[in-house]
Write a protein of this length. Structure first.
Length: 163
């Protein structure tokens, strides 16, 4: 939500990330209802989950979120000093989330692997479809400006600003 609230990141990052997360969450709910895979026996563990296990929602949603951001950073950020550490972090964080789900005993390894794969697929598909959607909307200037063109919250020049 922070990416949507900040005017400079709203359109370039916020909207695609929100779309990826919504699609991922809905897909995860549907797949859990289709597969009905029970969770590992976690008696004695600190965490007790009650819904189905496959695919791991935490792994899927973190992959969708962070990989969407990573792809957008790769396409939008020019400075390697900023881009490389942020993209690396966006790759490491979903891995940590997935490993913790197995470590805590609430998912099988296959659940996490499927979650990562589905999250990555949602991320790449969302970024690709968002780019295509942006190209199609160029014919409709107002709609394109509303969804795709960044508007800085502070004027970059003081032209026309009374003193």
């Amino acid at each position: 939500m922070v990416l949507v609230i900040i005017p400079y990141t709203r359109k370039r990052y916020g909207f695609p990330v929100v779309v990826a997360l919504c699609v991922s969450a809905i897909l995860n709910i549907l797949l859990k209802d289709i597969f009905h895979r029970a969770r590992p026996d976690s008696s004695g563990w600190l965490i007790h989950e009650v819904d189905y296990s496959f695919p791991s929602g935490h792994s899927q949603n973190s992959a969708a979120f962070f990989i969407t951001i990573a792809v957008l950073l790769l396409t939008n950020v020019k400075q390697k000093k900023i881009k490389i550490p942020l993209v690396t972090l966006c790759i490491i964080l979903p891995l940590i989330v997935g490993f913790t789900r197995v470590y805590l005993g609430v998912h099988f390894t296959g659940d996490v692997l499927a979650g990562w794969a589905l999250g990555a697929a949602v991320a790449f598909a969302t970024v690709a479809i968002w780019a295509i959607f942006g190209e199609l909307l160029k014919k409709h200037e107002k709609a394109h400006r509303f969804l795709f063109e960044e508007t800085p919250s502070i004027p970059l020049r003081d032209e026309g600003v009374p003193r």
